[in-house]
Design a protein around this ligand. Structure first.
Ligand code: 3PG
Length: 307
């Protein structure tokens, strides 16, 4: 059996070594395709792969067509919007993710961005502190929970909205559960986004919603760029010189944001929320173990597509 790691954005070497150990201990072979620049390289590498470990790499019908021996794809991470689930099902391929494995890393980066925003992008002027500020966590999943845990250390007042998580679950963590996104944005000085990209969430962070934030509001996005209505956010930030947007996923309109909102906008060059050795090890080894469990015992825990 051949297991391919196909990562445009590579794992730390220590994680690749750990994955190799798991795969070889199971008697399988490991192949590595990193930092590929052309889709053709991916199409070629998947030809004889029985299993693939990916990150945000696109697995579409063309990749699945080329991967004639493929049985399973594991997205080492949480969001699997980069995989065509219907096409995978049609090709008889199982798709899994590794929920929770990189969530602390993403949560820590959200705080890095919050501090940077309230300290005026480290430009030397007097900023503000996070202590005592109201933090809104938009979606209370694995990352959202870690954000809440860390926010307590900062002494923030914590609010959360999650349409799919019972209020009691949120409130048992000492977090105030609100009834709507509107309520969350109206209440909070800083909002940290942790929603996935779905048909419902695409473009949902729009002018009307962000405009509810109080003066000096900071929007932090370590989730997905597709959830932001970029044109409307640009219009709003033009009208409201007090708002800041910090993102780990470079917007399509990055040049416009960067030119218009100097000192109020920051984007990492490449999504790096999960770029820690710990997160790479956790998610990468979980992916390897899930592949071995699937190929040896038919274990389908964490499967995200239909059969
Ligand atoms: C995830 O969905 O797990 C995160 O967005 C991390 O994505 P990455 O593996 O591409 O860094």
């Amino acid at each position: 059996m051949k297991v391919l790691i196909a990562t445009d954005k590579p794992f730390a070497k220590v994680a690749v070594d750990g994955i190799r150990k798991e795969i070889e201990a199971a008697g399988y072979e490991l192949a590595l395709l990193e930092k590929y620049t052309e889709k053709a390289q991916l199409l070629d590498a998947v030809k004889d792969a029985n299993a693939i470990i990916i990150r945000s790499d696109i697995i579409d019908a063309a990749v699945l067509d080329a991967a004639k021996e493929l049985k399973i794809v594991v997205r080492a991470g949480a969001g699997y919007d980069n995989v065509d689930l219907e096409a995978a099902t049609a090709h008889g391929v199982c798709v899994m993710n590794t929920p929770g494995q990189n969530s602390n890393a993403v949560a820590e980066l959200a705080f890095g961005m919050m501090v940077m925003a309230v300290r005026n992008m480290y430009n030397g002027t007097s900023g503000t502190e996070l202590k005592g500020k109201k933090l809104g966590i938009h979606a209370y999943g694995n990352v959202g929970r870690n954000v809440a845990r860390i926010a307590k250390g900062f002494g923030m007042e914590i609010f959360a909205f999650d349409a799919f998580c019972p209020k009691e679950v949120i409130e048992k963590d000492g977090v105030k559960a609100v009834d709507s996104a509107d309520e969350l944005y109206s209440a909070c000085d800083v909002v940290s986004l942790h929603i996935p990209t779905t048909a419902e969430t695409k473009n949902s962070i729009n002018y009307a919603l962000v405009n509810k934030m109080p003066k000096g509001g900071v929007l932090v996005n370590t989730a997905r760029k597709e959830v932001i209505n970029e044109a409307e956010l640009i219009q709003l930030m033009e009208e409201r010189g007090d708002l800041k947007y910090m993102t780990d996923i470079m917007p399509a309109a990055h040049e416009t944001f960067a030119a218009k909102f100097v000192g109020r906008y920051f984007s990492t060059p490449k999504k790096m929320g999960a770029q820690t050795a710990e997160a790479n090890i956790n998610a990468g080894i979980a992916a390897a173990q899930q592949i071995v469990g699937f190929l040896k015992d038919g274990c389908e825990k964490f499967r995200v597509n239909k059969k």
